[in-house]
Design a protein around this ligand. Structure first.
Ligand SMILES: C=C(O[C@@H]1C=C(C(=O)O)C=C[C@H]1O)C(=O)O
Length: 373
């Protein structure tokens, strides 16, 4: 479907107050959209259905599903990126936000010194006042600006409207293979990915890798990890390790694997229960879907393989694979009446400097502020 028809259909679905998600996977050309036929709120408890899941940070809250069986799937292959002028990225944050955030960081540093807590990811909402946001113009800007991210726009009339461009994969599964990533440590991109990292960032990222590998060991086998490398996410850099493995037959349900991962110490902390309890007690707001996860559940992809060029018709083998592609909901915003809430956070460890941690969250807000106007 061409771009104009695609965006026109999205607009119609939105005007009709019907649920949808439109998204583009990292480094892909195709934008896909799932349009649910009615406004029923579907929940998934087992992650066993086919569809698009939108799950909150708090793993005891409802995971929302746009079921494939109740939706239409459409594509747009010819999206034309347009240069985005970033004229308006200097929205001011309220001063009292800074004081409150720094106080919470200090509480976290004390808790790390005095208890078993090793790392906790603190976050905050940043509100931008805005009337009549042109949602699909913002979505197009996200698509034009962040080609290596998972870019999405998700809507349900009973839940709300979210957009984002996340650099973090939670889980990919294809048949018996799975992969994930440990992403942590942040610095501003200054024209090169050839940078050095401090011990704080290296240790913080190592916590995430070690946690993922040790937790996965119960549900997978043949785990392998890549070298740690620096990756770019818009105007930021992060440390990333890729992790892949084979699912054990008895644990190949997606829920088992997601439970072993989410929320990872990239968005929660270590040990997980203590970090989560600290977040729920001290953050003073509800993260809802920020730092939750989202993506395709059990999509069937048909792959053809031609074994003999001379006799094409008889030698085309088609294999149907079931794939799931889930991403962590970071660098995102929630569209509220007259206001946009941007959500940003960062990992606190014993070596954290509160002022620098505040700056890191300010830098993270620029991912979304760049596309607002
Ligand atoms: C929590 C966020 O990002 C996460 C935290 C990071 C950090 O602490 O350095 C880096 C990447 C993400 O895993 C966010 O973007 O809000």
């Amino acid at each position: 479907m061409d771009q104009d028809t695609f965006f026109h259909s999205l607009n119609t679905q939105f005007q009709d107050a019907l649920p949808f998600v439109a998204y583009r996977k990292p480094n892909e050309e195709r934008i896909q959209a799932l349009f649910q036929h009615d406004d029923e709120l579907h929940e998934t408890k087992e992650l066993s259905e086919s569809g698009f899941v939108f799950a909150p940070f708090d793993d005891t809250s409802k995971m929302i599903l746009l079921p494939l069986a109740a939706s239409e799937l459409i594509y747009c292959d010819g999206f034309k990126s347009e240069p985005v002028e970033h004229a308006n990225s200097n929205f001011e944050s309220a001063l009292n936000q800074k004081t409150a955030y720094i106080e919470t960081i200090q509480k976290a540093i004390t808790a790390i010194a005095e208890t078993d807590l090793k790392k906790v990811v603190l976050s905050r909402p940043d509100y931008v006042v805005k009337d009549n946001l042109e949602v699909f113009e913002v979505f197009k800007r996200l698509l034009s600006t962040y080609k290596t991210a998972f870019v999405y726009c998700w809507y349900h009339p009973k839940i709300g409207l979210w957009l984002g461009a996340t650099p973090e994969t939670l889980l990919k599964t294809e048949g018996q293979r799975m992969s994930t990533m440990a992403l942590a440590g942040t610095q501003v991109y200054k024209g090169t990915t050839d940078v050095s990292w401090g011990t704080k960032e290296e240790q913080e990222q190592q916590f995430v890798t070690d946690y993922i590998v040790s937790n996965l060991n119960t549900v997978v086998e043949q785990v392998s990890t890549s070298e740690r490398r620096t990756v770019r996410a818009g105007s930021l850099l992060h440390l990333q390790t890729q992790i892949s493995a084979r699912l054990k037959k008895e644990y190949s349900s997606l829920l088992h694997i997601v439970r072993a991962l989410h929320p990872t110490p990239a968005v929660c902390g270590l040990p997980k229960p203590e970090a989560k309890a600290f977040i729920l007690k001290h953050e003073n707001y509800n993260r809802e879907f920020y730092s939750g996860f989202m993506g395709e559940l059990h999509f069937k992809t048909r792959q053809t393989r031609n074994t003999n060029r001379r006799n094409v018709e008889n030698n085309v083998y088609a294999t149907v694979k079931t794939v799931s592609n889930l991403y962590v909901n970071l660098r995102c915003m929630q569209v509220l009446p007259n206001t946009i809430a941007l959500y940003v956070g960062g990992g606190i460890t014993k070596d954290s400097n509160p002022e620098a941690e505040w700056e890191e969250t300010v830098n993270k807000t620029s991912t979304m502020k760049k596309v607002l106007f």
